[in-house]
Ligand binder design. Structure first.
Ligand SMILES: NC(=O)c1ccc[n+]([C@@H]2O[C@H](COP(=O)([O-])OP(=O)(O)OC[C@H]3O[C@@H](n4cnc5c(N)ncnc54)[C@H](O)[C@@H]3O)[C@@H](O)[C@H]2O)c1
Length: 281
């Protein structure tokens, strides 16, 4: 069991988490279940959400896995109907599915430093760029169209999107992911305004730099010392350290609690050890 950061009960609430087969949103899904919610864990990868549901069941928690591609409207609608039958209308939607693609990533930070054979800006694959925009933006919009319907009818509910540091100022090498997450932050404000009169709140978190199994080798040398990229990140982070996955949970719980955050809508809350506040000087 995770040590929960805030003593908030989500008992009786139906929480839908997309991308729940992944590291961060899997932890969010479990934390909500631990706080009493009925959790629908959605992911493209059925195996990963079934494993999560099994683990949760082993701990006596209510969490069910569903295979759902956030870009497939028909599949989302099918899962929406299943969740309605299993748990009732969605109270809290976490739009966590997202990510980047190597096809939309340059090899170098600066074009003038390119070396023979590297992928430059001019080699980026338009289909890769399209994939990243669709996954992050449409992948947030389409599940919201399905799961916020009952929220609008019931005049209550909460949507939480997952943005990123690169939404504020783009990070080198990943123009599509940066632009797509900027669109997610922008859409968060749009939804908050659009639904303001219905009692639905919409916010986002912007996680800072985390160490994961996928990026560990980019951030640390074999002897455990930081790589040049990682040294730059830490130099740009006032707290001088990476963010731990569990440190997102306090922000998530706060934004999703209808009493604690009753007047909070349209914000993108950085959980970044100060990274977005610091100009570097
Ligand atoms: N890890 C970080 O450092 C970091 C930082 C900032 C923001 N984020 C964002 O946080 C969210 C979760 O990131 P993570 O690090 O846990 O990533 P992850 O890769 O571990 O999880 C992402 C999950 O999304 C699922 N997914 C991908 N495409 C999908 C689709 N079409 N339909 C449904 N599910 C799909 C994947 O199967 C995976 O389980 C993402 O939106 C990511 O962009 C991550």
């Amino acid at each position: 069991m995770t040590e929960l950061p805030l003593n908030i009960s989500f008992t009786g609430k139906t929480v839908v988490v997309t991308g729940a087969g992944g590291v961060l949103c899997g932890a969010m899904a479990k934390a909500f279940a631990q706080a009493g919610a009925k959790v629908a864990a959605l992911d493209l990868n059925q195996e990963s959400v079934e494993k999560l549901a099994e683990e949760a069941a082993g701990e006596g928690l209510l969490c069910k896995g569903y295979k759902a591609n956030v870009l497939d409207e028909d599949e989302i609608e099918e899962v929406h109907q299943k969740v309605l039958e299993d748990f009732g209308p969605c109270d809290i939607l976490i739009n966590g599915a997202g990510g980047n693609s190597p096809r939309a990533t340059t090899d170098n930070e600066y074009h003038h430093e390119r070396k023979e054979g590297q992928t430059t800006f001019f080699d980026l694959d338009p289909k890769g760029v399209d994939f990243v925009f669709r996954l992050n933006f449409q992948g947030t919009l389409l599940p919201t169209q399905a799961f916020a319907k009952e929220m609008a009818q019931r005049n209550s509910g909460c949507i939480l999107n997952v943005s990123s540091m690169n939404a504020y100022v783009p990070l080198t090498k990943i123009p599509a992911y940066s632009g797509a997450k900027a669109a997610v932050s922008n859409f968060t404000q749009w939804l908050a305004t659009h639904f303001a009169g219905t009692g639905i709140r919409c916010n986002a978190i912007a996680p800072g730099f985390l160490v994961s199994n996928q990026n560990r080798s980019l951030l640390f040398q074999e002897d455990g010392s930081p790589t040049p990229r990682s040294s730059k990140i830490l130099a740009g982070t006032p707290m001088g350290r990476f963010v731990e996955g569990e440190e997102l949970l306090g922000a998530v719980f706060f934004l999703c609690d209808e009493r604690a955050a009753s007047a909070v809508t349209g914000v993108v809350l950085p959980v970044d050890a100060g990274y977005s506040a610091y100009s570097g000087v």
